[in-house]
Design a protein around this ligand. Structure first.
Ligand code: KG4
Ligand code: ZN
Length: 409
């Protein structure tokens, strides 16, 4: 086995076409990101208010080659300071060969996700692995969100960083998933809690839609919430004291719907109603009131989601006596969520020196790795590679409902 290898990773599980290259020192476990390219389809899906699966896979087909080529070209520049004339698509085959020649393994997200989207990434990766005669590394999308929280070289001064200690608890919060995962070791997953209905990101998106905000709703709702009062409305914190670590967000969504309907801000189908005042330029005061009300709804709903996520995570952390807490997935970009996790730790530290010793360390996913990207997939792939979890291009398939797979050594 070579001491240092290069892994190309591809991610196309939903509406981001992404590729990344990392250099991995197998002995020291040092991971050096060489490139990460993400093409987001948000502008394409915006007009539908959500991801339109058929369009997503078509767009992946258009973008996969230019995105992979750009990731390879940037990686070559980074690793050899080699001058590449164009980072754009459709390079000459000889240039592409040169770029690919340094790749030792091809990692790809195999699931969960939209099947038409996953297939594009998996088949493109399969073609490359077959041509290069290199192993493939199948990665679970949620595993990518978990491993985005493990510090890698570019984040670390002097190449030294504390890695999360085991056992650890990972909160994965995205548009499709909300789960608490207990990890006693690398690649060893026990799902101790999951959502019984909507995912946290889905709840953000649906409430944002009722408030007339653009897709994806999470970031837009969070911006509106900054102008609102978190105590303006009292919304439920479902399953906060359920005694287990499962979540439920559909009750909150319904409570927000009833409130907005009573306020005359949505119709019976939960579609936002543009009031006469809002459409008129001559009623700035009423406009202002409507904005304050909506901002209050956004702030109160966001607070309710964050309260449940943070409290349940800490309750589980205490029960399982974990040493670290990881927070990853699209929703982990949320400022209130990040600030709340950090401040709970800070306040405990201030008040109790003894607890300070035993309190878990928090590892929030770096902001640029919270959403879907291939660098997170590449980081997970390094651990899989080290564990011998590679696969031939012949034995690998996309799986829309793939579960987190625990490693049994
Ligand atoms: O991980 P991700 O990019 O895709 C999935 O795997 O689902 O997560 C997307 C989700 C969306 O629901 C989006 O609204 C949410 O993450 N999100 C946020 C924020 N940024 C993205 N939710 C709340 N606050 C944010 N700042
Ligand atoms: Zn995701």
């Amino acid at each position: 086995m070579k001491d240092t290898i290069k892994i190309l990773a591809i991610e196309t599980s939903c509406d981001e076409t992404a590729a990344a290259v990392v250099e991995f020192d197998v002995k020291s476990m040092m991971i050096k990101p060489l490139s990460s390219v993400v093409f987001s389809q948000i502008d394409i899906h915006k007009k539908f208010g959500g991801v339109f699966p058929e369009l997503a896979s078509r767009e992946h087909i258009k973008k996969i080659e230019p995105v992979v080529t750009e990731a390879l070209a940037s990686a070559l520049v980074e690793s050899r300071k080699y001058k590449v004339e164009s980072k754009n698509s459709h390079l000459l085959p000889s240039t592409l060969n040169l770029l690919l020649s340094g790749i030792d393994a091809v990692a790809v997200t195999v699931g969960p996700g939209l099947i038409g989207s996953l297939i594009v990434g998996v088949e493109f990766a399969r073609g490359l692995a077959m041509t290069l005669n290199k192993p493939m590394i199948p990665i679970n999308h949620l595993e990518g969100h978990v491993y985005s929280c493990f510090p890698h070289q570019s984040l670390v001064a002097n190449h030294q960083s504390r890695q999360p200690a085991f056992p650890l608890l990972a909160l994965v919060v995205s548009g499709g998933h909300t789960m608490l995962v207990l990890m006693r070791d690398h690649l060893n997953y026990e799902i101790i809690g999951t959502t019984l209905d909507d995912a946290a990101g889905e709840c953000f998106d649906k409430i944002a839609r009722m408030l007339g905000l653009p897709y994806p709703g999470g970031p837009a709702l969070s911006r509106l919430a900054e102008k609102g009062d978190t105590k303006a409305f009292s919304f439920p914190r479902s399953m906060l004291n359920s005694g287990d670590f499962n979540f439920s967000f559909s009750g909150l969504k319904t409570a927000v719907f009833y409130k907005l309907r009573d306020l005359g801000l949505v119709d019976e189908k939960a579609e936002p109603i543009k009031s006469v005042q809002e459409t008129s330029e001559n009623t700035p005061i009423t406009n202002h009131q409507s904005l304050i009300t909506k901002a209050g709804v956004a702030a109160s709903a966001q607070r309710a989601i964050v309260d449940v996520l943070v409290k349940k995570t800490f309750a589980a952390a205490e029960k399982y006596k974990v040493k670290s807490i990881l927070v990853g997935g699209g929703v982990s970009a949320n400022k209130l969520l990040r600030d709340t996790f950090s401040s709970v730790i800070a306040s405990t530290h201030d008040n109790n020196q003894e607890v300070k010793q035993s309190h878990p360390e928090i590892y929030l996913s770096p902001l640029d790795l919270t959403g879907d990207n291939a660098l997170s997939i590449a980081i997970a792939a390094c651990y899989r590679y080290q564990n011998g979890d590679t696969s031939s291009w012949k034995n690998l398939d996309a799986n829309a409902s793939q579960k987190l797979i625990t490693n049994h050594k």
